[in-house]
Design a protein around this ligand. Structure first.
Ligand code: RAM
Length: 517
């Protein structure tokens, strides 16, 4: 499903006071200079076959037309590049023409981006073509990149000279403070490696805001923020960054008050003209969890009404049968799974978010609202049972499909008894075959559903299997979509724009600490 929303003359509702508050919470960035730890070559430019450079420092390698050299920075970095090139041979009589390709994974390094033809812009692909008219040349592209590997390909020099790299350095950027990181989770080696991968992910996505991924889209999404905030509480504890993001969403919204699916920060904060029904509702959960973590009364006062409003808006779309029509408000996201039938999950998300709205109301001392919402939850649940519970199959069925994502959201909404939920998750593999979950984001909610009905062992087993398979595959950070038996799955029509450091995928840092101490 292509997620493209264009609203003509869209004018977000801006609240300058909230935006000024968000501005004041801009984080302090930290920077570190890093050099490559090793170098290698690809057999040819787009081949995945690696040729070692035996016993040679990369500065000794002489590069002629068509040659490539790949520098490995040892771990995933979010940084800017400083590169110095020199000529070798006769005096350079023509410009050096090179291509830089930054890659988060080895597979990405050998990908030919000209083959990409998907619906997300190819301008995200991390490449630069550079002419150096005079050598030696200092090259520092203006963009910030997310990568572990850098491939330098010489497109041309001239018959009179070749190139050498005299110096390379990258300057990393993050708003995560390494000096204040909380102690890591201590489990067995498998869980420790999962934790490490996840911690690196949240760290590198912590920038001026919580970016979904530092390669792409490099911005704030509501559904992502909810999970990023949890990962942050367990690691870097930068609660002001969470607050900043909550205020940005509150400060620029849809004209009718809906929280946008994402907010652009530069040049000025502005809500995107995209509404994702489930993301708008999950704002309530993100706010409640932030308040639980911090006890921040100012934020409760400023953001309470906005969070409650999301529920009211969604409730307007509930029909006489008690069923919500999320698509009247925006796209119902749930997961990047094209074949997923989403009506039941949408109903589940509303009920789930209403539970958070009740908690918020209780926190605010708004008893009337809490009682009213609790009452409404009852009718929505009843409608869910009537329409989606299949007594014969003993699971939830939506338009004939019993997807695992559907079971997850119905269980999280409290629409199944503990016994029914246990019965469902014993058959999780069957439901998963009926419709595959594509994202670690959806897998997070699966884990939460398992934990909600006491299936701790199954939850831990799933973390080992799913996130463990990322570690085994060689990821330094967590990918945004991941199907273990289909590593090239992409919701975008090609992996060239997939993000391999995506913070909605790193919640095991929080889950392990909270539930598996
Ligand atoms: C993508 C991003 C982001 C997600 C949205 C729905 O563009 O990966 O993380 O929240 O889609």
């Amino acid at each position: 499903m292509a997620l493209i929303s264009i609203i003509e003359n869209f004018k977000p509702l801006n609240d300058e006071r909230l935006l000024r508050r968000a501005e004041k919470l801009r984080p302090v960035m930290s920077y570190k200079n890093i050099r490559p730890v090793s170098a290698f070559r690809l057999k040819d430019r787009y081949s995945s076959e690696i040729t070692e450079i035996p016993g040679k420092d990369y500065t000794d390698v002489i590069l002629g037309k068509g040659d490539n050299i790949c520098l490995d920075f040892g771990d995933h970095q979010v940084s800017r590049l400083f590169l110095e090139l020199a000529g070798k041979g006769s005096h350079p009589d023509a410009p050096a023409f090179i291509k830089l390709k930054f890659a988060e994974t080895l597979a990405e390094l050998s990908e030919n981006s000209r083959e990409y033809n998907g619906w997300v812009s190819s301008s995200w692909i991390q490449e630069e073509y550079i002419h150096a008219d005079v050598l030696p040349a200092a090259i520092s592209p203006q963009r910030r990149y997310a990568f572990r590997y850098l491939k330098i390909t010489v497109i041309d020099t001239s018959p009179k000279y070749k190139l050498t790299i005299s110096r390379v350095m990258v300057k990393t950027e993050t708003s995560a403070d390494d000096a204040r990181v909380l102690p890591a989770y201590q489990g067995d080696p498998e869980l420790n490696s999962i934790y490490r991968m996840c911690q690196r992910t949240i760290r590198n996505c912590m920038q001026d805001v919580f970016e979904d991924g530092p390669k792409r889209d490099r911005r704030l999404w509501t559904g992502d923020l909810r999970l990023q905030a949890l990962a942050n509480y367990a690691t870097y504890g930068n609660n002001d960054l969470v607050k900043r993001c909550l205020y940005l969403f509150a400060g620029s919204r849809f004209p009718d008050g809906r929280v946008a699916a994402c907010v652009f920060v530069d040049p000025e904060p502005e809500a995107d003209d995209t509404c994702l029904y489930d993301y708008m509702l999950l704002y309530t959960a993100a706010l409640w969890e932030y308040l639980e973590e911090t006890g921040d009364q100012e934020a409760l006062g400023d953001l309470y009404d906005i969070a409650q409003k999301q529920i009211d808006i969604a409730l307007w779309t509930v029909d006489e049968n008690g069923l919500v029509h999320g698509d009247e408000l925006g796209t119902v996201f749930i997961d990047w799974a094209d074949d997923l039938h989403k009506d039941a999950a949408a109903q589940g998300v509303l009920i789930y978010a209403m539970h958070y709205a009740v908690k918020l109301a209780e926190m605010r001392g708004d008893r009337k609202r809490a009682a009213k919402l609790t009452d409404r939850i009852g009718t929505l649940k009843q409608a869910a049972r009537e329409h989606f519970w299949d007594p014969e199959r003993a699971c939830f069925v939506c338009d004939g499909q019993a997807a695992l994502a559907t079971q997850v959201w119905m269980v999280l909404a409290g629409c199944a008894s503990e016994e029914e939920a246990a019965g469902i998750f014993e058959r999780a593999d069957d439901f998963s075959r009926e419709c595959t979950m594509m994202t670690p984001y959806m897998h997070h909610y699966y884990i939460m559903a398992l934990l909600s009905c006491g299936r701790k062992e199954q939850a831990l087993g799933h973390i080992r299997w799913y996130w463990g398979s990322m570690v085994k595959y060689g990821f330094d950070t967590c990918p945004e979509t991941w199907v273990p038996d289909d590593p090239s799955a992409s919701p975008y029509g090609g992996t060239a724009v997939n993000s391999y450091c995506h913070a909605w995928s790193c919640t095991p840092v929080w889950i392990l600490k909270k539930y598996f101490k």
